[in-house]
Design a binder for this molecule. Structure first.
Ligand code: ADP
Ligand code: MG
Length: 310
């Protein structure tokens, strides 16, 4: 049986605009093709911060300037971002595999994640999304469900809740595709958050963190390893301080203790370490690797990166 891995791609794997995305993705797919060459079965997840921000801005400027156009829900923007990021990844991944003489189908799946309406995250929306608005613009858009906060003197931004994933709706489809030897791109941008209603699933304004959903997906797929590819080669203690120390391996207990001591920044490394722990402690033998995108192959061969194990 092939070793199954979930590879989570961070912002630097995708670039900040369409041109950058095309260039970044070409580099990213080489990294992933190397993992395939190493004999791994790969599922790809990815973030969408800049992309969903751009879509939101475009769609809200459209509805502001055209009286016939209604506002576009955040969930639709997330689905759009899954589509066009998946398109680039799928297109370049297939080209790279073909170059290597491999005939492997690559499939992007629009993925929804059920969240809990009672999740405490909904009482305290923290994740800023979209463009900066003036106070007047923000007041006009504010509703019972749409909230804005002032962001460090730069203007007002919408904030949404970041609830925990409860259920990946398309999980069985992902499994079927994997059984059929596809490389699957799923849960982009943390997946589209939905809640169950009498009328079926309904989108809800929220953003599920891509690191947490990647750990959740890895658990559900019974993956052997979660690989979080980002902009640093290793996780550090005392990051950017004089006594900075790179970590090659840490147990779940050590990771929890370091987190408590405040070694990992809340908006960036902390969610990765927490996701790493969630996966590693969910079953014996499961481990997470955090490393630089370009070092993925060295990382899986134990030459670099940070391993979190239980
Ligand atoms: P991604 O787009 O991959 O999610 P993030 O920028 O959110 O990337 O998180 C990765 C970043 O976390 C690193 O580039 C680094 O600047 C930062 N970081 C914060 N604390 C640490 C730490 N203790 N060790 C390593 N990197 C850290
Ligand atoms: Mg991040």
């Amino acid at each position: 049986m092939k070793k199954r891995v979930v590879v989570a791609l961070g912002g630097n794997a995708l670039g900040n605009d369409l041109e950058e995305q095309w260039e970044s993705v070409k580099r990213t797919v080489k990294v992933i093709a190397d993992l395939v060459d190493e004999g791994l079965q790969v599922v790809i997840t990815h973030g969408n911060g800049p992309q969903v921000g751009m879509l939101q801005t475009a769609m809200s400027e459209f509805s502001d300037s055209h009286s016939y156009a209604k506002p576009t829900p955040l969930t639709v923007c997330i689905a759009m971002s899954q589509g066009y990021i998946g398109y680039d990844l799928q297109n370049r991944m297939s080209a790279e595999l073909e170059k290597r003489g491999r005939n492997i189908p690559v499939t992007t799946l629009i993925t929804q994640v059920r969240v809990d309406k009672e999740d405490p995250a909904f009482l305290n929306p923290t994740k800023p999304i979209g463009r900066f608005l003036t106070e007047e613009e923000a007041k006009k858009k504010e509703t019972e469900n749409i909230h804005f906060v002032e962001d460090s003197g730069r203007g007002y931004r919408q904030v949404v809740a970041s609830p925990a994933p409860q259920e990946i709706i398309e999980l069985d489809t992902i499994k079927t595709l994997l059984d059929d030897h596809h490389i699957v791109i799923a849960c982009g941008g943390g997946a589209v958050p939905v809640i169950r209603t009498e009328d079926g699933l309904k989108g809800i304004d929220a953003v599920v963190d891509k690191d947490y959903i990647s750990a959740f997906l890895a658990k559900e797929l019974d993956a052997d390893q979660l690989i979080i590819l980002t902009a640093v080669e290793q996780v550090a203690l005392n990051y950017m301080k004089e006594d900075q120390e790179w970590i090659s391996k840490m147990s779940v207990e050590e990771a929890k203790a370091y987190s408590k001591e405040g070694h990992f920044a809340p908006g960036s490394m902390l969610p990765k370490v927490e996701a790493a722990v969630q996966f590693a402690e969910s079953k014996k033998g499961r481990e997470t690797l955090i490393t630089l995108l370009d070092k993925a192959k060295d990382g899986i061969n134990g030459k670099t990166g940070t391993i979190i194990y239980s």
